[in-house]
Design a protein around this ligand. Structure first.
Ligand code: FAD
Length: 466
């Protein structure tokens, strides 16, 4: 038996100096040789802890075994049996805290690079459509039941795919002019190319799901109207798209964006393709991004690519507490983003013409742990200072848009505006209505939204079949 390589096969990436000025994908994916070498590190342990570590229980050892046998169509089937969006998950899932953390190898070596292998298999499928053969299963018997899925992010796409596979007649309503949710309007092209998202949306449509774009539910139809118009069940997957601000003096100055607006203009409205697309996005030379999550990393890296000379990430805790994926923090550092840890903004100063010109800050230190288990940041008296900036992006989190809750009598919501739903089934307290993803949890992850979608689809199916 060959000796186990303790290190995973590195995935090639664009050079940091080059990629800091373009929107092409940073990670370049494995070659066939690299994928096989990495797949051969999997020891196919009988306990399969990686499957338990995956919120949608992908049969990870099976797709890896098929990959190393060279049977790629079988690898695709094993992967897509549980996950309709593998090209997306292979790129943005926090595998390091899920399947890869659970990997048996992780006890004594680097875990198998499951995410990179997932991406390899999904990309192979996309580029080899002719080799896949026909559909693996016969089309389902139509049940005659109709389901409305509201929102086409990862939660909505997963519910729609699972219910269509079970023979239900599914219509997915999306407020925007394209489907995909945050995958399209939030996560930038250099982390998740949009043709990959659209490829996976098209796969869901190919299962028979009807997609209605530009349809703001709560305005064109309420949930009760959908139920009255012949839908037997409704799934709410409208995410958490309402940005939070700090309510600091000067926060209304021009040049201060919410991360949602900044990323939507950049990605969905394609400001990054200027001059082909002339989307206005006033981008200064000195940019401060406030926050420490994936949204802050994406905003900072977009600002750099859009021409900013100095980009600061301002975060009130230390590097160890940052919620962003480690890999993305390292990518941002390599690209030249400047991190100001233990720093909290206290106000914004204007240039006298209504535009932001500086940000007032205070230095912080870490005190006792708070409710989140992380050490609480405490201001250090007298440590105030000013950073000169001409653009600020506030990336401090989001809550659900109140439209659905305010137009749906009988739906229970929390103080944070999230919809109350049973964790194991997604059932809300309102008859015939389920919910899942960020609208229930608040801003979370793609795979947790998909997991919620899977559980809700199973429960909706049980309900529809009586
Ligand atoms: C910039 C950014 C980076 C991120 N990076 C990562 C990452 O690297 N890894 C990761 O796992 N997660 C990441 N996340 C989080 C992840 O994207 C979300 O948790 C996930 O997309 C939530 O899925 P969802 O289906 O619940 O909602 P969403 O993706 O928000 O989709 C909801 C959809 O519903 C639509 N909608 C809203 N209201 C209505 C209405 N009234 N009628 C019809 N349609 C409506 C919206 O337009 C949207 O398309 C990131 C989030 C952001 C913002």
């Amino acid at each position: 038996m060959p000796k186990l390589n303790l290190n995973r096969v590195e995935m090639p990436r664009q050079d940091p100096k080059e990629r800091a000025h373009n929107f092409n994908e940073v990670a370049l994916g494995y070659s066939e040789e690299q994928a096989l070498e990495e797949a051969n590190r999997c020891i196919q342990c009988p306990k399969r802890p990686c499957v338990d570590g995956c919120p949608v229980s992908v049969d990870i050892p099976d797709f890896i075994a098929a990959l190393r046998e060279g049977d790629m169509p079988k690898a695709v089937r094993a992967l897509k049996g549980k996950n309709s969006l593998p090209g997306i998950c292979g790129r943005v899932c926090p595998q390091e805290s899920q399947c890869e953390e659970a990997c048996t190898l992780n006890k004594r070596a680097a875990p198998v690079a499951i995410g990179r292998l997932e991406r390899y298999v999904a990309d192979w499928e996309r580029t080899h459509p002719e080799e896949l053969g026909g559909p693996d299963e016969p089309p389902p018997e139509p049940t005659g039941k109709r389901v409305a899925v509201v929102g086409s992010g990862p939660a909505g796409l997963t519910v729609a795919a699972d219910l269509a596979r079970l023979g239900h007649d599914v219509t997915m309503f999306e407020a925007l002019h394209v489907a995909g949710g945050v995958l399209m309007y939030g996560i930038p092209e250099f982390r998740l190319p949009k043709d990959i998202v659209q490829g996976e949306v098209n796969y869901v449509k190919s299962l028979g799901v009807d997609l209605v774009l530009d349809a703001v539910i709560g305005k064109i139809d309420t949930i009760d109207e959908l139920l009255g118009n012949g839908y037997d069940a409704v799934f709410l997957g409208t995410g958490a798209g309402l940005p939070m601000f700090m309510n600091l003096p000067g926060e209304n100055l021009c040049g201060i964006y919410s991360a949602n607006e900044f990323l939507t203009r950049t990605n969905l409205m394609k400001a990054y393709l200027y001059p082909e697309y002339d989307t206005p996005l006033g981008m200064g030379k000195r940019v401060a991004v406030i926050g420490g999550g994936n949204v802050a990393m994406d905003s900072a890296r977009c600002a750099l690519r859009l021409g900013a000379k100095e980009v600061y990430v301002v975060y009130r805790r230390s590097e160890a507490e940052m919620p962003a994926r480690r890999e993305e923090v390292e990518n941002a550092m390599e690209e030249g983003i400047i991190f100001k840890f233990l720093t909290n903004p206290t106000g914004f100063l204007g240039d006298g013409r209504g535009w932001v010109s500086a940000m007032e800050c205070i230095q912080m230190e870490l005190g006792e742990p708070d409710d989140s288990g992380r050490r609480r940041p405490v201001p250090i008296a007298g440590s105030d200072f000013v950073i000169k900036v001409d653009t600020v992006v506030v990336a401090l989190g989001t809550t659900p848009n109140p439209l659905i809750a305010s137009t749906t009598p009988g739906l229970e919501t929390t103080r944070r505006g999230t919809v109350v739903a049973d964790e194991s089934t997604g059932k809300t307290v309102k008859d015939c209505v389920w919910a899942g993803g960020d609208i229930v949890t608040g801003a979370a992850t793609v795979i947790s939204a998909m997991g919620a979608g899977k559980r809700a689809a199973a429960d909706i199916d049980r309900f529809l079949k009586g």
